[in-house]
Design a protein around this ligand. Structure first.
Ligand code: NOJ
Length: 528
């Protein structure tokens, strides 16, 4: 692989707590995950993103860090982390971790020192106010729980600023010492040999009066400085931006060729539109958002996803579209959370394999580096009655044995799913292993088929006119080498006329096709 390995990689999002418990305490850990690396490798992915693994009170599941240079005791030790990293590398898998730099936990020693002493050097690590009235134009992100971005701290005698839970005070990036602390933490993990970071919540690093406190020039200036440090000291390190923003606001996070920021940005706006287009049987939402997506700088990449560990976010749609999505995909109000939907992919698709295949074939052929959320490869379900986003973070279902083969413990960190449709007795890796049409084997088939086609990985994309809103067609190509991707979003068969003979990479028979092709309802073809 070249230093641009990430451009053509498929990623896997790994939640250590949920994956495999090696010591019977009911929590997944690094030694357990190590046992399961062959499963990850078997999917055909290239890189693992490890969700936060640091010491933390877990009030936001690890996105509230209390020590940037350790491993949460439930997950193991630093040595376990190193062994996991080595074992992944030995299999040719890259590993990136989460870097949560917008905020710490309120249990972090910096915050504890800051609140107790106005004169402590740590006081200025955070953002304080006597009135809690500043930056009134900044929206509240966790709006089901937090009434304000300011919370009064009795010990400090002042309000502190937080964009997420009140247990996650924002760091003050106007203080250069904070930059150094973050760089120190990054160096710590990079020295150990990790391949990069998924950098959390980056639009919110700075605050300025009279703005919405997102995507500020000061933030971009800091991010360029961060990239410079990483490029100088650890060349080839991958930085992925988590910025839930519109395409035109995302673009600056790539930076420029002279002053780059991130190599990859999550493409948030495309995600809900894939579900929207499928439900409507109409390609317009997908076409519109990709046409609105500006050309990115040479050598950078989008990251595409269908689901992740959060609610399916509806921040990047209009208020009308959001209402429509809620009506369609969250008829039970309990499924709504903040501006999104707390459901996994398969329940959203009614456990319908045709819809699943269409959506996944589409997602895996769009421009970008795709990322698969753990458990989605076997069609795991959810439980909307668990608090917060936990319903989508239940133990991985390995087999039909005790606790789904996840743990020997009496009690696990969350109960394994055991409902009729998605319970571990039916949905697990072992039962799917031998079934060629299981979600697991179809996931492997789609990823591996993509991996063999350079055009699908890094090719240009151009729309192909179909004269039919139900039929989405585009060509991915590198020069003359290309794949015509064809999807019937509707529940009726549709036709499409091929100009020349082609082979369908998605059909097992790989028969040559020509002339008028009938695309079955929810059919998908990758035609070479
Ligand atoms: C984005 C993460 O994906 C989410 O899980 C977390 O709650 C917030 N950032 C705050 O760190």
């Amino acid at each position: 692989m070249t230093t641009n390995w990430y451009n053509e990689s498929v990623f896997y999002e790994l939640y250590i707590r949920a994956y495999k418990d090696s010591n019977g305490d009911g929590h997944g850990d690094f030694r357990g995950a190590m046992e399961k690396l062959d499963h990850i490798k078997s999917l055909g992915v290239d890189c693992i993103w490890v969700m936060p693994h640091y010491p933390s009170p877990l009030l936001d599941d690890g996105y509230d860090i209390s020590d940037y240079m350790g491993v949460h005791s439930d997950y193991g030790t630093l040595d376990d982390f190193k062994d996991f990293l080595d074992a992944a590398h030995a299999r040719g898998l890259k590993v990136i971790t989460d870097m949560v730099m917008n905020h710490t936990s309120d249990q972090h020693p910096w915050f504890q020192a800051a609140r107790q002493d106005k004169n402590s050097p740590y006081r200025d690590y955070y953002v304080w106010s006597d009135t809690g009235t500043e930056y009134a134009d900044a929206r509240i992100i966790f709006l089901d729980t937090e009434p304000s971005n300011w919370t009064y701290d009795k010990v400090a005698g002042q309000y502190f600023w937080h964009r997420f839970y009140r247990s996650q005070p924002d760091l003050n990036y106007d203080n250069p010492q904070v930059h150094e602390e973050m760089f120190k933490a990054m160096r710590f993990w990079l020295d150990m040999g990790i391949d990069g970071f998924r950098v959390d919540a980056i639009p919110y690093l700075y605050e300025r009066e009279g703005t919405n406190c997102e995507n500020l020039p000061e933030t971009h200036k800091f991010l360029k400085k961060m990239r410079r440090m990483v490029d100088d000291e650890y060349p080839g390190t991958l930085l992925i931006a988590e910025a839930n923003q519109w395409p035109e606001d995302l673009l600056p996070y790539f930076g420029t060729t002279e002053a780059p920021e991130f190599q990859i940005c999550f493409h948030f706006p495309i995600m809900p539109r894939l579900y929207m287009a499928l439900k409507k049987g109409d390609k317009t939402p997908i076409v519109d958002i990709l046409n609105r997506t500006p050309q990115k700088p040479e050598g950078t990449q989008w990251m595409t996803f269908l689901r992740n560990h959060d609610e399916l976010t509806l921040e990047m749609v209009t208020p009308e579209e959001r209402e429509w999505m809620w009506q369609q995909y969250a008829p039970n109000p309990r499924a709504k959370l903040n501006l999104g939907i707390r459901r996994r992919q398969i329940p959203l698709l009614d456990n319908d394999k045709r819809k699943w295949f269409l959506l996944n074939a589409l997602f895996l052929s769009l421009p970008g580096a795709p990322i698969i959320y753990y458990g989605d490869e076997i069609g795991m379900g959810d439980n909307i009655w668990f608090p917060d986003r936990h319903g989508c973070r239940t133990p991985m279902q390995w087999d039909a044995g005790k606790n789904a083969g996840f743990s020997d413990a009496k009690e696990t960190y969350l109960p394994v799913l055991c409902d009729d449709a998605y319970g571990y007795q039916q949905v697990n890796v072992v039962v799917q292993e031998d079934d060629p049409d299981s979600y697991l084997n179809l996931t492997r088939f789609l990823i591996q088929t993509r991996q063999r086609q350079s055009a699908l990985k890094t090719g240009e994309m151009e729309w192909v006119e179909t004269g039919n809103n139900s039929v989405l067609a585009f060509r991915r190509h590198i020069g003359k080498e290309g794949v015509l991707c064809l999807f019937n979003l509707s529940n009726q068969p549709q036709t499409f006329t091929l100009k020349r003979e082609r082979v369908d990479l998605l059909s097992k028979s790989q028969q040559a096709l020509s002339g008028t092709l009938t695309i079955a309802s929810r059919g998908a073809h990758w035609l070479k």
